[in-house]
Design a protein around this ligand. Structure first.
Ligand code: M6R
Length: 587
């Protein structure tokens, strides 16, 4: 949420084009507004725009803004509406600030600064940081002292990039509970992630919590939370951003859905389970948010059935507001695509503080905050996922969780190897889903039903539909319908039912009958053996037959496609749905 890039160029080279390129790769973090600022000729100049980056580009074409040191920002609004006035960089006379995070004590600081005669021009929490720096410098502090006083006085989370008028060759940066890294190479950069600096840098240094960095034409210095000089580990930057254009597809989401067979194959190939990983584990605790949480929910069915280990799955955003009891022998598994979701990261730290000594992560982004801090990591080999709606990362997460669950069940592991081919079958012939999308696009509300390990897939189907098409959708456990939700159902509410021909088939058919009796328009996802046994009135989608334990990896695929086609018909921006961001780094 919010992306930051800062660049110190070499040999008086203009950095504005590189700032825009960096922001393009950060837009997945927020796209409410964007802006850049450069220090040039002893003063700071900026350009900002509401909405997508192309609006800023158009402004920059007209303005001729240039400079060899600059910062840029793409915003996901927290405090203050998505207006140009609230867009970053936020400026005062002598500083420009870009910020990701939330300054929790912004009200108190605002009050103090106003009492001291400073006038606020935006509704953002970030402006207190800019004016605080200005006030300290007005009182005679050096830029470094002003910055340190700011960090001592703010509560909350931050990644900052700051330009000072008085320091025309430098960017000052700091982070606390928001990601930030320094890149070294053709340019010296600071950015929210490796991708933002790719093409300019080949080495990356991740700031630790509380770290500050001063980046200038003379090099980079790092300071820890006690303001002591420190050295930080330099990593080689793997430049795989090149894989991430849309290729022949109109949307990242479609491309990423199509990449699922290979993502699953690669994930199987790169993750041979060590049989000792679960030695001494008496309980598994899975922590995750959103789609990753749904993957964790499926895993609970698998782990309890095949590993015989009690498993809890917790929404990371809620978990740390409880007082969890962590017995000896608990292994936490953190599931995340980005590896930087703040709720998940905080839950991970919470579980450690409460005595959990074994923390594994399943992550897609290498070297992300969560993967760096886990005791061991399993990487989903899904490649960069750009579309806000998670697709290939989800089925790859399920693949790793299945490998863990089935590691002593040769037959199921062999069946897992067939999933990519079955997935291909669905992806290659899904015209029926386009027809069904025509009906669903007119609905105001859609219900998704599943039983057993397909219940979380019903939740996931509903999440996909609501996040990209903005149609209200809810997933329910089929058996729960009669306990309340069936009251929602009439002929205007399509019901999508996940109904493979497995041991729960007959029970699912009973639930379908109950909904039919209420006039529902029912779409059933089943297979060639289940389909002839379904009531004639339902619309059928026939999927390849799959070993029932593995259905949760296959059944999300048609639901993703359905959501995609509904969103297209409704003219929604599939890759960048309103109000969302790919990476959720604020609470
Ligand atoms: O990067 P993470 O897996 O930790 O992200 C968790 C959720 O924010 C994410 O899955 C979100 O729900 C997706 N937009 C769903 O498509």
């Amino acid at each position: 949420m919010c992306g930051i890039i800062g660049i110190v160029g070499r040999d008086e080279e203009d950095v504005v084009v590189d700032l825009i390129n960096g922001l393009e790769r950060l837009e997945y973090r927020g796209y409410d507004s964007c802006g850049v600022a450069v220090v040039t000729g002893g003063s700071i100049l900026r350009a900002r725009a509401v909405g997508r980056l192309q609006n800023l580009k158009a402004k920059l074409d007209d303005s001729g803004l240039s400079g060899c040191v600059g910062i840029g920002h793409t915003r996901w609004a927290t405090h203050g509406k998505a207006t140009e006035n609230n867009a970053h960089p936020i400026m005062t006379r002598d500083v420009a600030v870009v910020h990701n995070g939330i300054i929790e004590n912004h009200k108190e600081l605002r009050f103090d600064l106003q009492n001291d005669g400073y006038i606020f021009e935006t509704d953002t929490d970030t402006e207190v940081a800019a004016l605080f720096l200005q006030r300290e410098m007005d009182r005679g502090a050096s830029h470094r002292d002003a910055f340190r006083r700011l960090l001592k006085n703010i509560d909350g989370s931050y990644a900052f990039g700051v330009l000072f008028n008085a320091l025309p060759n430098a960017i000052v940066a700091a982070r606390h509970r928001s990601p930030l890294a320094v890149g070294l190479g053709r340019m010296t950069c600071v950015g929210s992630d490796a991708a933002s600096m790719s093409g300019m840098c080949d080495k990356i240094i991740y700031l630790e919590d509380g770290d500050q960095a001063e980046i200038s034409t003379n090099g980079v210095s790092f300071f820890d939370k006690n303001f002591q000089h420190v050295e930080r580990k330099v990593h080689k930057m793997s430049d795989n951003w090149a894989d991430s254009d849309k290729g022949k597809y109109p949307h990242y989401m479609l491309k990423e859905m199509m990449e699922q067979p290979n993502a699953i194959r690669k994930t199987i190939l790169h993750n041979q389970m060590d049989h000792h990983i679960l030695d001494g584990v008496s309980r598994i605790l899975i922590l995750a948010c959103g789609t990753s949480y749904h993957a964790g929910m499926v895993a609970r069915y698998w782990f309890e059935k095949f590993l015989k280990i009690p498993t809890n799955v917790e929404m990371a955003s809620e978990y740390r507001y409880r007082s969890p009891i962590i017995e000896d022998g608990v292994m936490a598994i953190i599931v995340t695509q980005s590896g930087e979701t703040i709720d998940t990261l905080e839950a991970m730290e919470h579980v450690r503080r409460n005595g959990c000594s074994r923390v594994a992560a399943i992550a897609n982004v290498k070297n992300s905050a969560i993967s760096r801090s886990a005791d061991f990591v399993f990487y989903t080999e899904a490649g960069i996922e750009v579309g806000v709606a998670s697709t290939k990362a989800f089925t790859a997460q399920l693949t790793i969780l299945a490998e863990m669950a089935f590691h002593q069940h040769e037959f199921l592991l062999r069946e897992l190897q067939n999933i990519p081919t079955l997935c291909e079958e669905i992806l290659l012939s899904h015209d029926r889903l386009k027809e069904i999308a025509e009906n669903i696009q007119k609905a105001n509300s859609v219900v998704f039903l599943g039983r057993g390990a397909l219940y979380p897939i019903a939740l996931e189907g509903a999440l996909k539909l609501k996040e990209i098409s903005y149609i209200h959708a809810e997933g329910f456990a089929s058996g729960e319908m009669k306990h309340g939700p069936i009251a929602l159902v009439d002929d205007s509410v399509p019901v999508v039912c996940l109904c493979p021909h497995d041991e729960l088939f007959d029970k699912n058919v009973s639930n379908i009958q109950e909904a039919l009796a209420r006039g529902s328009n029912i779409i059933v996802l089943s297979d060639s053996s289940g389909s002839p046994l379904l009531p004639a009135e339902v619309t059928k989608i026939i999927l390849p037959r799959v070993q029932s334990e593995l259905a949760p990896i296959l059944y999300p695929v048609p639901l993703q496609l359905l959501a995609y086609y509904v969103a297209l018909l409704r003219g929604a921006d599939v890759d960048k749905p309103r109000n969302l961001a790919k990476s959720v780094t604020v609470e």
